[in-house]
Design a protein around this ligand. Structure first.
Ligand code: ADE
Length: 481
């Protein structure tokens, strides 16, 4: 594959003899030729520039010299060519463009790079070659800053394209996981030996040998980084590219995946004014957790007696109750601007709600460290003390699978992990969930809960059978944190 570079500083391109590109040239995979523009100048001083038409500072490169040079270089073998002109006024160079150029080269085109200096090349050069059959002109910028000329940009483009060409990189798999790779995310952190260095450890999961967990962890950290550093990239991910674990990670960053795009999400401790909102979301979600066949009248009575605004007002005033509320946020703390299909942030702090509650958790904190689950209907041994009960974790059905429940649960764990009972930090959380509710059981199992016993639970006249599950606090959650 052939690449030509035309420049007034051929030595600037010497790095193309080194490393990956140098090896590809030696191996005959790449034929890179560097040309001195001045070879086509006609006067004694080999002049390539002149003053700008219309006045102004600096010098502009002459079209006649460039025309002679490019005609000669392009005429060499008559193959179709991309004429790439580095300029800060060009389209943004990207991994996608690198892939496009690599594919064009693979298909038999040549790449000719015209490196301008000074104030740039007379604009008629790009205009003219754009009309020459077989030549495609791309004016390309490598970033929003101004360099002294196009040579460094040429090095950047050629290296980025060369490493995508077949045979240049030994392990093509590394092209998938890298930043701006096919996953559309920044690459997460990477580590090697020694496992402990200056007090910093390689994350334990990477030493586990569990390939599925490692892949999951890597994907989670890639998402973390992309959210934190390049949130504009998130909008290019279609909902189909985000599985439920991805959605859980995003939800923990305050972003909810909806069919309309990413929306700000806020999870916060409920306050005295939230009784009505909690009762509303509780009434809308309670039936989902009941086994099929539960009488609607029984559900209604349970909601009326136990999930009313008055009941929540009592819970909210009870220091032994910890309630978290998830609601649509009005702003997101990052900057999603530029990403299609997202709500643009106003740069706010993620506070403020813009709609009814989406879900909630309610946990009960024991009064004494040794308080057992305490309920005569519970038949389970919980080894850890003190243990809180996660009494409710409900999310509206339209947000099932959105990661919202995972984020709420993670927030509840984080909240409980920071609490003490008589000065003793909470050690675990237990809950009862319907024995036949496989979706809920899978959900809690994914979040680290294990079945340790059973509980009877009455809705109306019907006796339900729950499993009791326990999760120590401070273990890794579903997002692999
Ligand atoms: N020439 C000068 N600055 C440049 C940039 N940012 N990108 C490409 N070519 C340039």
């Amino acid at each position: 594959m052939r690449v030509d570079v035309v420049t007034i500083f051929p030595d600037y391109l010497a790095p193309l003899g080194l490393s990956l590109v140098g090896k590809a040239r030696q191996a005959g995979l790449l034929d890179i030729r560097i040309h001195d523009l001045r070879d086509w100048a006609e006067d004694r001083h080999r002049t390539v520039d002149d003053t700008p038409a219309g006045g102004g500072p600096g010098m502009v490169m002459r079209p006649d010299v460039w025309g002679a040079a490019l005609d000669a270089v392009l005429a060499d073998d008559g193959a179709p060519a991309v004429l790439l002109v580095p300029t800060p006024a060009g389209e943004q160079f990207s991994q996608r463009l690198a892939h496009d150029l690599a594919a064009t080269l693979e298909a038999g085109s040549r790449l000719v790079v015209a490196c301008g200096r000074y104030e740039g090349i007379d604009s008629r050069v790009a205009e003219h070659y754009a009309s020459v059959p077989g030549v495609a002109v791309r004016e390309v910028s490598i970033g929003d800053y101004v360099l002294g000329g196009g040579e460094v940009a040429a090095l950047v483009v050629i290296e980025a394209v060369a490493r995508l060409l077949p045979g240049v990189i030994g392990n093509a798999e590394s092209l998938v996981e890298e930043s701006h790779g096919l996953a559309g995310l920044l690459e997460g952190p990477v580590y090697t030996r020694p496992l402990a260095w200056r007090g910093l450890e390689v994350p334990a999961v990477l030493r586990s040998g569990d390939h599925a967990r490692i892949a999951r962890w890597r994907r989670g950290r890639a998402l973390d980084r992309t959210v934190e550093r390049r949130p504009d990239m998130l909008g290019r991910l279609g909902p189909g590219q985000l599985d439920r674990a991805d959605r859980a990670v995003l939800a923990q960053h305050g972003l909810l995946v909806t069919p309309e795009g990413l929306r700000p999400l806020r999870i916060r401790p409920a306050g005295p004014d939230d009784a009505a909102a909690l009762a509303e979301v509780a009434a809308a979600t309670f039936a989902l957790a009941c086994p099929p066949g539960t009488e609607p009248a029984d559900i209604e009575a349970f909601v009326r007696d136990h999930l009313s605004p008055e009941a929540f007002a009592v819970h909210l005033a009870d220091p032994g109750c910890a309630i978290l509320l998830a609601e649509p946020g009005t702003t997101w703390s990052g900057d999603l601007a530029g990403s299609a299909g997202t709500t643009a942030s106003d740069g706010g702090d993620g506070t403020g709600s813009s709609g009814p509650a989406l879900g909630y958790t309610l946990a009960r904190i024991p009064l004494h460290p040794d308080d057992a689950p305490g309920d005569p209907d519970v038949d389970a041994v919980v080894p850890q003390r003190p243990v809180a009960e996660l009494s409710k974790c409900y999310v509206r059905s339209e947000h099932h699978g959105s990661g919202l429940a995972d984020a709420l649960l993670a927030a509840a764990h984080a909240d409980l992990a920071g609490r003490t009972v008589d000065g003793v930090p909470l050690a675990a959380v237990w809950l009862g969930t319907n024995r036949g509710n496989r979706r809920a059981r899978r959900f809690y199992a994914r979040a680290g809960y294990r079945v340790v016993g059973a509980r009877r639970f009455r809705v109306g006249a019907v006796l339900h059978h729950d499993v009791v599950m326990v999760r120590p606090l401070g273990t890794v959650d579903a997002a692999g944190r």
